[in-house]
Design a protein around this ligand. Sequence first.
Ligand code: FDA
Length: 418
Amino acid sequence: TVRRCLAKRFPGRKGEDAIFRRLLEDELDWDVMVLGAGAAGLFAGIEAARRGRRVLVVDHAAKPAEKIRISGGGRCNFTNLEISADRYLGRNPRFALSALKRFTQWDFIARMDAAGIAWHEKTLGQLFCDGPATQVVDWLTGDLAAVGGTLWTGCSLGAVARQGNGFAVETDRGVQEAAAVIVATGGKSIPKMGASGYGYRVAESFSLAVTETRPALVPLTFAEQELVWLKPLAGVAVQGRVSCGKTGFDEAVLFTHRGLSGPAILQISSYWREGQAISVNLCPGQDGAAVLRAAKASGGKGHLAGALARLVPERLARHLAEASGLSGPLAEMPGAVLDRVAAGLADWRLMPVGSEGYRTAEVTLGGVDTDGLDARTMEAKAVPGLYFVGEVVDVTGWLGGYNFQWAWSSGWAAGQVA
Ligand code: FDA
């Protein structure tokens, strides 16, 4: 009976020896409690358990790491070969450097290789799994179990409070005591997938600063008068350059029913702020004026749409030609007019009115202020034993595997010491 009672009281421990040892030592329930079983939480839990720490990872979702599963179009863009501090945003972008250098993309690639998960480089240094992203989830959860970690899914979390030298964490399976707590509950993006903003509230309950949060890596939206122009192009993709201020990205732009999307737009959304215009170059790397003038010089009865199609996809070319109000043969159009058309292609100014918000944003900008965290360990400077890793921290990467690498690196860093 005593053993049964103890097993109930300490559900994370298997084996009578361990239970009796715990009773004798009057230990806390866990050495390390990890809140959130996403990329950062699972990795932190594995690392801590590997060091012999008694680890419990808790997530309120029915399944762990749902974002890994859906990431990269189901193929998980798990890291990038070009990791560097300037590809991260936050109040102090250099904060991320320590963790990123201690556990690098090469270290993660070595783990993937050891796990037998095949991968390939797609473009711009982005590494994707050859097979489904669920391989990564299965590997991480399997690894956590193999090193003795415990995972509770479908378990809600409540307040986290200091208790003695450790912490008491409210869960719907009772209050759990732990010597250290690693908060890895991510940001606010995609509430449907379990995002809750919980980690920010934990930080604030310990008087830690949280910087302003906003959706990032998200499609931008436009006012009705611009939508009227954009909507008929839904489905068209063009290799463009999108800029906002001094920042620009050369990647695909996708026209949608709601506005603009595609990698270049998602990237710039992290830099764009309300009231700013963006500039889209629809034919980067091409001398549009020279192409149009050459088309005119070649004579014949060609029209503007045909000439524009040498620079942009045909549907867009037809649409642009119609919108220009210019009709008649190209040969009769003054060169200066063609130059103006080309200039418009290279610097198409748009004024977004907003973004699609957390509903579709891939990440959340802002978060737990890095000033309050130790860059080497992710521990809160003012609260020994409390750690923040992954997206909940004010570190946000570019599109292309940068965010997962931050999750692995920061999770790894906390897992070495917690
Ligand atoms: P993450 O959000 O992954 O995990 C947090 C966990 O905490 C979740 O399991 C959640 O259920 C749990 N949780 C939240 N609140 C809780 C509460 N109150 N109680 C208990 N549990 C709670 N990045 C990249 O590098 N390459 C890519 O290919 C993609 N692709 C991609 C696609 C889509 C559609 C999205 C939305 C995002 C991406 N990303 C990405 C971004 C990437 O998914 C993100 O940066 C990481 O998942 C962040 O990892 P974390 O572990 O920090 O949070």
